[in-house]
Design a protein around this ligand. Structure first.
Ligand code: CA
Length: 220
């Protein structure tokens, strides 16, 4: 069982992280202060720490300093408020393994978690996702359908990636929004339907099915 410690004081981000990580088979424990994170972040208790920088008690930099200072080696992914160069350099020098700038998409974080845990050999280093005759290259962001390559916009790419990580599964609009847009979305918006339409134009209409009252499904 892989256990992930989440140190984050914003409730909606905690719930976004816990829901996503648990549905991917991880066990999560969340704390809202840096002091609690320092107390709990031990190699023998957790496999990974997701650490917010702006925490009450002790901030993320202090947590890094203390946890690394006592020799704990568990992988640490820091959530930074913005992609400020100072923050990035600071946390990496402070011993973080990786960082993700807020707001982030869940898939983006998950990819980094998997990379750090290296627990699902194969998908951890996969650069191409495939289902049926559809392939998505994660580096070039191109989709190939039946051998024909098409470029995707960044939003189309995020949505396609979410589908390809869950082939044959019915994904609700909320799941798709969370996977492709992150937590800063308006749940009433119809962007998912709009972008599914764009994607269908590029990959072929019958590959993404509408499941009435439930959402959409990519045929694998
Ligand atoms: Ca915070």
């Amino acid at each position: 069982m892989t256990r992930i410690l989440i140190a984050e004081d914003e409730a909606r981000i905690v719930s976004f992280l816990e829901k996503g990580l648990q549905s991917n088979g991880y066990t999560t424990i969340a704390v809202g202060t840096g002091t609690d994170a320092i107390a709990l972040a031990r190699d023998d208790a957790f496999d990974l720490l997701i650490l917010d920088l702006g925490l009450p008690g002790a901030d993320g930099h202090e947590v890094l300093r203390q946890v690394r200072g006592r020799g704990e080696r568990l992988p640490i992914i820091v959530l930074t408020a913005r992609s400020g160069v100072d923050d990035t350099v600071g946390v990496l020098e402070g011993g973080a393994d990786d960082h993700v700038a807020k707001p982030f998409r869940f898939e983006e974080l998950l990819a980094r978690v998997r990379l750090r845990l290296r627990d699902d050999s194969g998908t951890a280093s996969a650069t191409v996702l495939a289902a049926g005759d559809v392939e998505l290259d994660l580096r070039t962001r191109c989709v190939t359908v039946d051998g024909v390559e098409t470029e995707l916009t960044s939003r189309e790419f995020s949505l396609m990636e979410t589908f390809l990580r869950n082939p044959n599964r019915v994904l609700s609009r909320t799941e798709l929004l969370s996977g492709a847009w992150g937590y800063d979305f308006d749940p009433n918006s119809n962007v998912v339907d709009v972008y599914v339409r764009y994607l269908r134009n590029k990959v072929g209409g019958d590959r993404i099915e509408t499941v009435r009252g439930a959402g959409y499904r990519l045929r694998g």
